[in-house]
Design a protein around this ligand. Structure first.
Ligand code: ADP
Length: 465
């Protein structure tokens, strides 16, 4: 334990200057003792009490009492010196406790003379001393000082005593003991600080141990997740392969069914009767639904496989839109929908992920065609500011109720949840579309009127950085 320069400095300078050389040596000795005392010694106060007896000739015993703020009492913390085993020290303290409390309360040192002590002790103690030690035994002369320093404030009382010499604590000695009281205060304060630091250190060590354990657990989980991811990837690849093959296998005969149904409806030579037309129309309509569902499945499959980092490039937006429209024209045609575009751009070049934008446009167009029975589907492209572009897919289809508008971007959300749904689909498309648009630093929104149609609009920066 090192008494810092500041702490030594905080000893009462006036008292130090009043010290005789011999007493200065004692102070040095005590400071040295405190400095080199092992910090983790639990008995540092006990050792100090002994050291006070050793260092100061006139001190035959010393008692350190500390103020316990919880109980509101002075409690004995250490005792040392001759005779302490021969007389019941606790009784001696008990008989002086009122005076010691006062020393602590008013912070003024007090001398208890040897003879006067017996007179002052009062009857019970006098009787006790006479009964225990014969008539000649007198109470010791004692000097009590407050354990206090400028830094720590009042902490307790240090009592030193001498059994034999009534003049043991003259003014010079009292000056010395007062300084010892200050050294004791600094020692206690240092011990407490060190204890608090040690506790903190232990606490940190425990927390470290817990963190290490958690890290081990996280690492184990990470490895587990990695393994699951690999298994998932493998499963996904198998599913994807299965979906692609099955969808293509389904699409081919379905296109034949749809084509032949249309031929049946259009034939003039031996026209179908009303009932037959109705049946073929139902075949055509159900076939179209099935085709839409298969297209959706293929679309998700494609996205799942492509979803990764943005692949930025400069490309011609108008070309991309025209290509997408032309790819879906046959679906619109099949439903006799008018498919059109309106592009109003000063510059046609933009920087973004063209593959991803194509997937978004595919989905919005597929939906617009799927949910429109008569009328039109239009794609509108315009600049809304220097660096932002809006693409809107407008249809005259079934529309969406206002209460449903905010839900349709959620996964597996379909407006028509019934088991006999008219339109096929998985309810995943718009959720994926939204996350694709956001990954391209864009936004997607919808306005719609039930029975009149919907407008799906995406806004994108012209140049993604
Ligand atoms: P699904 O695969 O079922 O079409 P989506 O996520 O693409 O799933 O769409 C969610 C729901 O939003 C659809 O089931 C439909 O009810 C509604 N919806 C999407 N686009 C349109 C549209 N253009 N017109 C009317 N309703 C639409």
């Amino acid at each position: 334990m090192i008494l810092s320069e500041k702490q030594c400095y905080s000893l009462d300078k006036e008292r130090i200057s009043n010290c005789q050389p011999q007493q200065s040596k004692i102070i040095q000795q005590l400071i040295h003792f405190v400095n080199y005392q092992s910090t983790d010694s639990p008995d540092v106060l006990q050792l100090l009490a002994w050291k006070i007896c050793d260092a100061i000739d006139s001190v035959q015993f010393s008692i350190i009492l500390l103020w316990d703020s919880q109980s509101g009492h002075l409690e004995v913390s250490a005792t040392a010196g001759i005779n302490t085993n021969q007389f019941p020290l606790q009784k001696l303290i008990d008989s002086h406790i009122a005076s010691l409390n006062q020393v602590f309360a008013i912070g003024v040192s007090q001398f208890f003379p040897r003879k006067a002590a017996v007179e002052d002790i009062g009857k019970p103690t006098e009787v006790f001393f006479r009964q225990t030690y014969s008539q000649q035994v007198l109470a010791p002369s004692m000097y009590a000082v407050v354990i206090e320093s400028a830094q720590t404030g009042k902490m307790g009382v240090l009592v030193v005593g001498n059994w034999d010499n009534p003049y043991a604590f003259d003014v010079m000695q009292q000056n010395l003991v007062n300084l010892v009281g200050q050294i004791t205060a600094i020692t206690i304060s240092n011990t407490r600080t060190i204890q608090a630091l040690e506790e903190r250190e232990q606490q940190l060590a425990r927390q470290n141990e817990i963190l290490l354990e958690q890290n081990r657990e996280i690492e184990k989980n990470r490895q587990h997740i990695q393994l699951q991811q690999l298994q998932l990837l493998e499963a996904r690849q198998t599913t994807s392969q299965f979906l692609t093959t099955t969808s293509h296998e389904l699409r081919t005969p379905l296109n034949v069914i749809l084509g032949l149904s249309q031929v049946l409806l259009r034939q003039r030579t031996s026209a179908l009767c009303e009932r037959q037309v109705e049946i073929v129309e139902r075949i055509l309509s159900n076939g179209n639904q099935l085709l839409a569902t298969i297209n959706d499945l293929l679309y998700f499959n494609k996205i799942e496989n492509d979803y990764g980092l943005l692949e930025l490039e400069e490309f011609n937006l108008t070309t991309l839109i025209l290509k997408t429209i032309s790819e879906h024209a046959f679906l619109a045609e099949r439903k006799h929908l008018h498919l059109s575009f309106h592009i109003n751009l000063n510059t046609h070049l933009i920087v973004n992920d063209s593959k991803r934008l194509k997937q978004v446009l595919d989905k919005l167009l597929l939906n617009a065609i799927k949910f429109t029975e008569t009328g039109s589907v239009e794609v509108k492209v315009e600049e809304i500011s220097n660096d932002r572009i809006a693409i809107t897919v407008i249809d005259t289809g079934i529309g969406i109720a206002e209460s449903e508008l905010e839900n349709i971007f959620e996964q597996f959300r379909q407006v028509d949840q019934s088991t006999t749904r008219k339109y096929g689909g998985t309810g995943l498309g718009l959720a994926i579309t939204k996350s694709l648009v956001e990954s391209m630093q864009g936004t997607i929104s919808v306005t719609s009127n039930l029975g009149q149609g919907s407008n799906f609009q995406i806004e994108l920066p012209r140049f993604v950085k």
